[in-house]
Design a protein around this ligand. Sequence first.
Ligand code: GH3
Ligand code: MG
Length: 459
Amino acid sequence: MSARILVVDDVIPNVKILEAKLSVEYYDVETAYNGPDALELAYNSPPDLILLDVMMPQMDGFEVCRRLKKDPRTAHIPVIMVTALSEATDRVQGLEAGADDFLTKPVDDIALFARVKSLLRLKMMMDEFRLREETSSDLGVINTSEEEEVAIRHARILLIDDNEYSVDQITKVYDEEYDVVVERNMDEAQALLRGSDFDLVVISLDAAENDPLRLCSRIRTFEETRQLPILTLVDEVDKDKLMKGLEIGISDYVMRPIDINELIVRTRTQILRKQYQDRLRHNYHRSMELAVTDSLTGLYNRRYMTNHLEALLQRAKMDYKPVSVLIMDIDFFKNVNDTHGHDVGDDVIQGFASRIGVGVRGVDLACRYGGEEFVVVMPDTDLSIASGVSERLRRQIADQSFKDSKGMIELDITCSIGVTVSREQEDAATLLKRADEALYAAKRDGRNRVVVNSGNVAA
Ligand code: GH3
Ligand code: MG
């Protein structure tokens, strides 16, 4: 993952050390030696991540962080505070200033890269999310802004730890914000994970029984849990286990004895990332749906139907199977709008669409073709079957009256239908045009009827 990282520290050797370490891992590093310079750099060309020293003359790191987080140009950039080892209060103050994470000096390589990677992954998700949101709102679909905090509060965590004291300590912290399930046994935990939707799994690497690393590896292997963030709790003396864990792909770690603030921050980061990821996926499906369906009726839209019909006709050419198409149009629909208003008109369109949906087979494709005009594409269907379907649909509309959504108005609705079947070497436009001619004939002949156009010139 290549990224631009801004390193800020007033002590030149500190900057140089971090720069050297990060450059080895192919990050692009920029440097600043005081707060104002850092801010200017960040405003002018926002980096992907900022490593920010706390103790600096003029403007300290807390102030720099506050300003970064207040400005919309830079608020989304993750900030890692670099604090002196002993200062626990610095951490709290850093978090209050809006820092996303912290590292203690002297900066340990494992911690540095674990945190940098974790925050860069989160930022990638968020950037992608913001981009999609922009596209979606440009298109006038999907509005999500307010759900975020709610979603975070209801995050589900599986805590796997067999140390009673530690379980007690952690659940006390989590219980206020999250739904926590505690499991002491690795096999049970694995079964639990495969069946339900957790947002984060917290695993103690020093669990006495079983092998926690094996569980981590399994979580990464199985499709359904591959994306699940893993936060591990690890004893200071267990560096080897930690290295193995990072190789396997754990998302982050907290050292024992657990610093509560640290646990809170890292938990939140992982959950945020997971939830952004889930929402991206969800929105992707949603926008796919929105792109192909009509919002009023839920039927396919015209563009989708035409593409699909074209593909069907291509296939039909090869296997000589007929494709039938019917176009139906509500009779005197303008009267409904004029007499009862547009909302009642919309209700009728919805009711009409759902009767079509019920009346056709699963392989048939029903679409809203225009205002009160609908098309049904029937693969592998000859004209006699298609005209039978048309007649059945016509009756389903005419035989039972429609109600508006308030249940106040009852309306008798009829429709006219034109139906035809594909001929060899025909494209979608030609086929639809012939069905439309049949529909026109049905209207002309008195409406509430089906007209069949065989496509045979002699007929
Ligand atoms: P015909 O029997 O010849 O089809 O007559 P008609 O009144 O159904 O046809 P016309 O084309 O004159 O009018 C169709 C009307 O449908 C006009 C348009 O305002 C209305 N309409 C189109 N789309 C919608 C919609 O989404 N909702 C509502 N309520 N009305 C719509
Ligand atoms: Mg009409």
